[in-house]
Design a protein around this ligand. Structure first.
Ligand SMILES: *Cc1c(COP(=O)(O)O)cnc(C)c1O
Length: 367
């Protein structure tokens, strides 16, 4: 691979801490009472880089089960974890079966059509698959009617090697929501028809709902990266594995009444000093942070003033000592001080959207 040389500090930086992802994964396992955990690495491991994240989890944390959304993600992942179990959440479609077989990938079968497609083509050697039952989210999975039909069809079941049955919670981020218990009861009832087959219900939030939700395999995503799936404080042992830092490009002084940025949406109400930082919406730092985002620098919170531009934001540094900050310095946009939770709260974006919205443009550093 060739790579053009340029100074490493000319871009904003996204640092991904693989050791923390490993620690977070282990913490997920212990929060799940020792239940085995799969790693949800769809969408390029929530934007954190599946090539780096998946082998780290496989080699250093003993993670053996991985889930991605589609077949393309699975085939890419196969190169990086040759011996892992890989599931595709979207299931199988006509023409896809040979790829699943060739790359030893397991489909999560979401309806009777997918089940029949998989059973027909593969009945002879019966490669492993998962069955997804919809217990109340009304998204993917067998509907209650299909579930009844499938449970009654032992001939069809005999054509399959069901390695896992699963369902997905709609409201795991709201522990008090009554749908959690409804889904738990629905899924528990289904599991009784599949004795001996491992069952899986809990995502990150589900792990925190308690032992009833853990079954045989949990499926954390967000919490592995340090996001908080619940309204309660982040559990001990879960730490931000992401860090975005932007660089100060320029400092400027404003008189009272002067404005900042496109649309002149922020006006200095006191003599002010601002710093221009080299991150904008083209990096995934969206305009939902206009006049409400926060950045952190040496223990100070520096609010975003004005609109987010394509390549820049402005932050108010009036309260810093003049000599404390200068061009070239790094300011935290996301990380230990500006957590996903905080960024989500001010912007109304979900933690998931913020994480997966991080663009390729950053210089990426893995540690
Ligand atoms: C994305 C996903 C998960 C992981 O959810 P988190 O809230 O990120 O832990 C688990 N199960 C399914 C089916 C998913 O689609």
């Amino acid at each position: 691979m060739t790579c053009e040389a340029f100074p490493s500090d000319c871009q904003a930086t996204l640092t991904i801490d693989l050791d923390r992802i490993i620690t977070n994964y282990r913490t997920c396992r212990s929060l799940a009472g020792g239940t085995d955990c799969a790693a949800m690495v769809k969408a390029d491991a929530y934007g954190m880089g599946i090539e780096q994240v998946a082998p780290a989890l496989y080699n250093k944390a003993g993670c053996r089960n991985f889930f991605v959304a589609n077949l393309a993600e699975a085939i890419k992942l196969r190169r990086h974890v040759p011996d892992a179990i890989i599931y595709v959440l979207n299931g199988v479609f006509p023409g896809h079966v040979p790829y699943f077989i060739q790359h030893r990938i397991r489909p999560v079968l979401n309806d009777l059509d997918q089940i029949q497609l998989w059973a027909a083509v593969t009945a002879a050697d019966r490669p492993a698959c998962a069955i997804h039952f919809d217990s109340g989210i009304n998204r993917l999975g067998l509907s209650p009617q299909e579930t009844g039909a499938f449970i009654g069809d032992t001939t069809l079941q005999a054509c399959l090697n069901i390695a896992l049955i699963m369902s997905h919670l709609a409201c795991s981020d709201a522990p008090e929501h009554p749908l959690n218990l409804t889904q738990l009861q629905n899924f528990t009832a289904i599991t009784r028809h599949f004795p001996g087959i491992p069952a899986s219900l809990a995502n990150s939030g589900g792990i925190l709902l308690g032992p009833d939700y853990h079954f045989d395999l949990a499926r954390p995503g967000l919490m592995m990266f340090g996001g908080n799936p619940s309204p309660r404080p982040l559990p001990d042992g879960i730490q931000a594995a992401y860090h975005i830092s932007g660089k100060v490009l320029q400092l400027r002084d404003l008189r009272i009444g002067e404005t900042v940025g496109y649309g002149a949406t922020w006006t200095a109400e006191r003599p002010s000093r601002i710093a221009i930082i080299n991150v904008g919406y083209a990096d995934g730092y969206l305009q939902v942070f206009n006049n409400c985002g926060q950045t952190a620098y040496k223990g100070h919170m520096l609010p975003i003033v004005g609109r987010v531009s394509m390549d820049m934001i402005a932050v108010d540094i009036t309260d810093l000592e003049v000599t404390e900050i200068s061009p070239g310095d790094d300011v935290e946009l996301l990380g230990e001080h500006i957590t996903l939770e905080m960024a989500s709260e001010v912007s109304t974006l979900s933690q998931y959207e913020i994480l997966t919205g991080v663009k390729e443009r950053y210089q990426r550093v893995y540690k």
